[in-house]
Design a protein around this ligand. Structure first.
Ligand code: ZN
Length: 276
């Protein structure tokens, strides 16, 4: 289906998001928006295009700590609004075809998992790309991962909509994935993206989690032209309705972990979230 022109995006946004935003305005509140982009390894034309569109807005770039990371570090020098996340270890799927993807064929013992995360973190740091959070490829929260992330020293884990509660570890969703993946990456389309944004806002309002940001998720290497057009259009639309929040701001102002997480000393998810 062809993407609508900007007027079409505005009309669909009005249909799916604006009435929810009216509730927020009545409360005197503006929702927060956190933006994560995945799979960076090196400077590319797509990364340049992403940074131009971002235009200095906060962007959390999830970097795969494999290969020579120095060219990426050089490219990002001076990009003060870009924060770095560790995106797994090597982004290689070790699960059989048809299963939910993960870098681990079987969840490794906690010490091995911690060592492998630590090695990736060290590679990022050696290149000058100091990471401030961890995000697993395909949103795969393997057993033991939250504990390993905490042991490595990260204050924050980010994956999909299914929240992970673990003592001392903040969780930030990036659930507004603008791409549809089945059969090849392409834009999810205006109706689905705006419906997801409206639902994320309603969920936060109904649970009074006004400070919990809505997470926008992009993958610059996989964008089709419709996705680039959406992003270019959406920046100002977001500007006038949301407060962009950087990873640093998020970590400074995060509410304390929930009572449930504190009482249990950490809850790990029973099921692996589905995602990309
Ligand atoms: Zn990825």
């Amino acid at each position: 289906m062809a993407e609508p022109p900007a007027s079409g995006w505005r009309r669909i946004a009005a249909l799916k998001v604006e009435s929810e935003l009216t509730h927020w305005r009545r409360l005197g509140l503006r929702p927060r928006l956190w933006w994560r982009d995945d799979d960076a390894r090196e400077p590319t034309d797509a990364l340049d295009r992403l940074l131009v569109i971002a235009g200095g807005r906060p962007l959390a770039l999830a970097v795969v700590p494999a290969g020579d990371l120095h060219p990426l570090a050089v490219r990002l020098t001076g990009e003060r609004s870009v924060s770095i996340g560790q995106h797994g270890v090597d982004h290689v799927n070790r699960r059989p075809a048809g299963e939910v993807k993960s870098e681990y064929g079987h969840p490794p013992p906690i010490d091995l998992l911690t060592d492998s995360l630590n090695a990736g973190k060290a590679r990022l740091e050696a290149a000058g790309l100091a990471p401030s959070f961890y995000t697993p490829p395909w949103n795969a929260i393997d057993s033991g991962l939250p504990r390993a992330v905490r042991r490595v020293g990260y204050p924050m884990l980010s994956a999909g909509a299914d929240r992970v509660l673990y003592s001392g570890l903040h969780y930030t969703s990036a659930e507004i994935d603008v791409l549809a993946w089945k059969g090849g990456a392409r834009s999810k389309g205006a109706m689905r993206i705006m419906t997801m944004i409206g639902q994320a806002l309603a969920e936060r309002r109904r649970s009074a989690e006004y400070e919990r940001p809505v997470g926008l998720l992009t993958h610059h290497l996989d964008h089709d032209e419709a996705t680039w057009r959406f992003l270019a259009w959406s920046m100002e639309w977001f500007d006038t309705r949301f407060d962009w929040i950087s990873t640093d701001q998020l970590l400074r102002h995060q509410p304390a972990p929930t009572a449930a997480a504190r009482l249990s000393g950490g809850i790990e998810p029973m099921a692996q979230p589905v995602g990309v």
